[in-house]
Design a protein around this ligand. Sequence first.
Ligand SMILES: Nc1ncnc2c1ncn2[C@@H]1O[C@H](COP(=O)(O)OP(=O)(O)OP(=O)(O)O)[C@@H](O)[C@H]1O
Length: 233
Amino acid sequence: MKYLGLTHRNHTSMLTTQSLSFEYDEFNRFEFPDLHVDYGSDLLILGESGIGKTTLLHLISGLLKPKSGKISIDGTSLLELSEKHLDAFRGANIGIVFQRPHFIHSLTLGENLAMIQYLGKKSADPIRIKKVLEGLGILSKINFHPNLLSQGEQQRAAIALAVINQPKLILADEPTAALDDKNCIKVIELLKSQTKRNHASLIIITHDQRLKSEFEKSIVLQSKLESFESKVH
Ligand SMILES: Nc1ncnc2c1ncn2[C@@H]1O[C@H](COP(=O)(O)OP(=O)(O)OP(=O)(O)O)[C@@H](O)[C@H]1O
């Protein structure tokens, strides 16, 4: 495995991963490059379909357990947390923009956000909900059920779900895959501005080459258990 160092290893990292490996089966084995993402920084992780991008994102968020390696987020060693504490840690510190948004369809958009506050053990904060929706240009949809939102509105609502609890780390899985160029840039700008507003760090994983020019730091996952290459533009 080849890995060219990307960011500086230091104690200011929001996220560090070390020697992460994972396997689903003998055909799907992965060794991932070490990541270092500083507080307030962005990182783009590129790679073609099937290379292991979603797997890496699920490892970083604790949804999958690695075969070996270490993950530290804001100084907490993820793999040392019990299941219960891991769920609570994720709810409070990590916001995930999933490839397909995870809404509760029987609740309105506002109620979905209130539910995430509840699950993240945050106090109910309707003012914060309105502020986030306003920042994303969808405050008028607060009382709508998610299936009544357009695709672009659903994408923005997915960002609202990820940032509502002011997570320290925002992970976005293919947030622009289904979007035209104009909306692609818009969504990236929204993710970046929401990240900045929350003083958080942002990791985007994608095969969308259009995003390359939008980020200073990027990593390319090149092939399973072979070579990973990283670049700084
Ligand atoms: N539960 C599973 N069991 C076995 N193999 C799996 C499982 N989940 C994913 N894989 C395989 O692992 C590989 C990596 O999957 P992953 O979803 O991480 O790729 P990806 O880079 O995110 O792809 P895409 O860009 O298409 O979403 C794929 O070949 C996939 O078939």
